[in-house]
Design a protein around this ligand. Structure first.
Ligand code: HEM
Length: 550
C-alpha cells in the first residue's frame, strides 16, 4: 500500500490520466450495454480523438487510397462502421450486410431523397423541379422501363453502327500506314468510340453531330463540357461546397460551366423537337417532363444526368477490360473462337443485342470479372426511422457485442461494395487476380455451376444494387460485348510496355495464366471513391500496337 501511495505521488499526472481514460472507457461500455436504443455501430478512428478529427482522418484516407481505407475499416470494425462528420455516414461492408441494405424496404431505408437531392445539387436542376411529385410517380418509372432489355434492340443497333464505323476508320489507318501498323492510346481511342456510339444509341445521331459545336457565349461543347463536369463530379457530389462558393473553387467553377454547356445543348435540341430521335427512353422521359410543365431549360438539366450516367462508367470499364484481355493471350484465343463459332461478324446483321447476349459467354465472364476488380459502388440510403440493422455475418468478426446495431432516423447508410469484392471467400484464394474465365465455372457439376454462377452474379456489385441499382446495366454489358466482338477479331493489338521513366504511373496486375510482372495497367485516379468504374490516373493510358489480324 505504501508503495502504491508513493508511486501515485511520484506519477500523479500519469495515474490521473490513466484513471480518467479507464473511467471514460468504463462509462462508454456501460452506456452501450444500457442504452435503450441498443448497441451502436463502432465509430471510426482512435477513441481518444474528438469525433470531427476522426471524421477528417477518414475522409483524407478514403480520398487518397480507397482500397486501403475500406479494407482497414472491414478488418478493424467488421461489417459496419460509423464515419463521423464531415462524412457522417455508416459504411456497410460485408456481403450479407450489404444484401440486407438492398433488401430493406424504402420506408425504412430510402434512396429517393438521394436521387432527387443529387439531381438538384450535382446536375443543377431547380430544387422544386427535382423534388416534384411527378418525378416519383411518372419520370422514374418511365426511366426504369426505358432501360429494360426488351427496349434496347434499337439503341444497341445504333451503337453497333457507329462503333463499326470507328473500327473501320482505324482499319483504314492501319492499312494505309507504310508498315501496316499504328500505335494508339487504348483508353482514349475506346473512350472516343464509346462516347459517339453511346450518345447515338440513346440520344440519336443529331446530338452526336452537335456534340463538338460551341454555343454562342459558351466555353465548352457538349463533349468537352461533359468531361470537365465529370472531373468536378466527386466534389459536387460530396455536397461539401455550398453553391454560393462554387465560383471560388476552380474545378467546381469549370465543372459547373461544363454542365451548363451540356444542358444548354440538350435544351436547344429538346426545344427543336428532339431531331434524329424517333422513340426510346430519352424521348419518353422528355415527354413526361414536358407534359408535367417542366421548362425546356430544366429538361436540359434533367437529361444531363442521363448523359452523364451513359458516359461516366462504361468507357472506363471498357479501357480496363481491354487492358486485361489483350495481355492474356489464352483469353484472346478463346474469345476469337467464341466469336467465330457464333458467326457474329459473318454478316452485317449477325451482331445484335440477342446474339451477343446469347453467344458471348466468355466475353460476359471477362466483363463481370473486370467490373468486380475495377469498380467501387456506394449505394446510399437515408434512414426514415430509428431501427435496428442486422449485420450478422458468420465469416466476419465485428466488435462482438451484438449482431444488430442501432441506426438513428435521418442517418446516411452506405453499402460500400468494394471490400467484399476483394475479400469474400467466393472469389477464391487470390481475389485480386483477374480470371477472365472465372464466371464460366468450368469443371463444376451442372447443378453447382448454375447455383454458383447466380451467386457470383449477385455478389458482383459493380452496378450497385437494390432500388438504386444501375438502370443502364443491360445496355452497358451489351456495349462491352459488342466492342469485344468488333475489335478482337479485326485487330491484332499488342500492349507496349511503358517506358522506364513513366513506370511510376503504372502498377503490375495479376492475370490468371500470365506470369506476375508481365502485365500492367495504369494506376487509378484517386479521389473518386464509390463512383463506379475506376478511371485511369490522369495523363496515363495503355499504348497499343495495332495490326490487322491475319
Ligand atoms: C460498366 C458501366 C457502368 C457501371 C459500372 C455503372 C455503375 C453504376 C452505379 C454503381 C450506379 C449507382 C448504383 C447504386 O447506387 O446502387 C449506377 C446508377 C445508374 N446508372 Fe450506371 N453504370 C454503368 C453504365 C451505365 C450506362 C451505360 C447507363 C445508361 C445508359 C447507366 C445509367 C445509370 C442510371 C440511370 C443510374 C441511376 C439509377 C438510379 O438513380 O436509380 N449506367 N450505375
Amino acid at each position: 500500500m505504501d508503495d502504491f501511495l508513493k508511486f501515485s505521488q511520484e506519477h500523479h499526472p500519469l495515474l490521473s490520466f490513466a484513471i480518467a481514460l479507464s473511467s471514460i472507457w468504463f462509462l462508454r461500455a456501460v452506456w452501450r450495454l444500457w442504452s435503450p436504443k441498443g448497441p451502436n455501430a463502432p465509430v471510426y478512428g482512435p477513441w481518444y480523438l474528438p469525433s470531427f478529427i476522426r471524421g477528417m482522418i477518414a475522409m483524407v484516407k478514403l480520398g487518397s487510397d480507397e482500397d486501403a481505407f475500406l479494407l482497414d475499416c472491414l478488418n478493424t470494425y467488421g461489417p459496419i462502421v460509423y464515419i463521423p462528420w464531415p462524412m457522417a455516414q455508416y459504411f456497410v461492408m460485408t456481403s450479407s450486410a450489404i444484401n440486407r441494405v438492398y433488401a430493406t424496404p424504402q420506408k425504412t431505408l430510402s434512396f429517393l431523397p438521394i436521387r432527387m437531392g443529387m439531381q438538384a445539387s450535382v446536375f443543377g436542376t431547380n430544387h422544386d423541379v427535382a423534388h416534384g411529385s411527378f418525378m416519383t410517380t411518372q419520370a422514374f418509372p418511365a426511366h426504369a422501363k426505358g432501360m429494360a432489355t426488351l427496349r434496347l434492340d434499337e439503341p444497341i443497333q445504333r451503337f453497333i453502327q457507329v462503333a463499326r464505323g470507328q473500327v473501320e476508320k482505324l482499319k483504314q489507318r492501319v492499312v494505309s500506314s507504310p508498315n501496316g501498323e499504328v500505335t494508339i492510346d487504348l483508353a482514349q481511342w475506346i473512350g472516343e468510340v464509346m462516347f459517339d456510339a453511346g450518345l447515338c444509341a440513346m440520344f440519336g445521331p443529331e446530338v452526336v453531330k452537335r456534340s463538338e459545336d460551341l454555343l454562342p457565349s459558351h466555353k465548352y461543347s457538349l463533349k468537352s463540357g461533359h468531361y470537365i463536369f465529370d472531373d468536378s463530379f466527386p466534389l459536387l457530389a460530396s455536397d461539401m461546397i455550398p453553391k454560393s462558393l462554387h465560383r471560388f473553387v476552380e474545378p467546381v467553377r469549370e465543372g459547373v460551366r461544363g454542365r451548363e454547356a451540356v444542358s444548354k445543348v440538350l435544351a436547344k435540341w429538346v426545344a427543336e423537337g428532339l431531331p434524329g430521335l424517333e422513340k426510346g427512353l430519352i424521348k419518353d422521359v422528355t415527354q413526361v417532363y414536358l407534359d408535367c410543365g417542366v421548362s425546356v431549360e430544366e429538361v436540359g438539366t434533367l437529361l444531363l444526368s442521363d448523359l452523364w450516367a451513359l458516359q461516366a462508367n462504361a468507357p472506363q470499364a471498357a479501357g480496363a477490360l481491354f487492358t486485361r484481355v489483350l495481355q492474356s493471350p489464352h483469353i484472346v484465343k478463346r474469345l476469337l473462337e467464341e466469336i467465330d463459332n457464333a458467326g457474329l461478324l459473318n454478316t452485317e446483321k449477325a451482331l445484335t443485342l440477342k446474339s451477343v447476349n446469347e453467344k458471348l459467354e466468355l466475353g460476359a465472364s471477362c466483363i463481370q470479372e473486370t467490373l468486380r476488380l475495377e469498380t467501387s459502388a456506394f449505394s446510399i440510403r437515408i434512414a426514415q426511422t430509428d431501427f435496428m440493422f442486422d449485420v450478422s455475418d458468420e465469416n466476419v468478426k465485428g466488435d462482438g457485442s451484438s449482431s444488430a446495431v442501432f441506426i438513428p432516423k435521418d442517418a446516411r447508410v452506405v453499402a460500400a461494395t468494394r471490400a467484399a469484392h476483394l475479400t469474400d471467400g467466393l472469389w477464391g484464394k487470390d481475389p485480386e487476380e483477374w480470371d477472365g474465365e472465372r464466371f464460366l465455372l468450368e469443371g463444376e457439376r451442372e447443378e453447382d455451376r448454375v447455383r454458383l454462377k447466380a451467386k457470383m452474379y449477385k455478389e458482383m456489385r459493380g452496378f450497385g444494387g437494390g432500388v438504386s441499382m444501375c438502370e443502364g446495366r443491360y445496355f452497358a454489358s451489351a456495349e462491352l460485348k459488342v466492342l469485344l466482338a468488333l475489335i478482337i477479331p479485326t485487330f491484332d493489338m499488342q500492349v507496349i510496355k511503358p517506358e522506364e521513366d513513366k513506370l511510376g504511373n503504372y502498377k503490375p496486375i495479376k492475370l490468371k495464366g500470365v506470369p506476375f510482372g508481365e502485365a500492367f495497367a495504369p494506376k487509378k485516379q484517386d479521389s473518386r471513391p464509390g463512383l463506379g468504374a475506376f478511371q485511369f490516373a490522369r495523363g496515363s493510358d495503355v499504348a497499343v500496337k495495332v495490326r490487322l489480324r491475319e
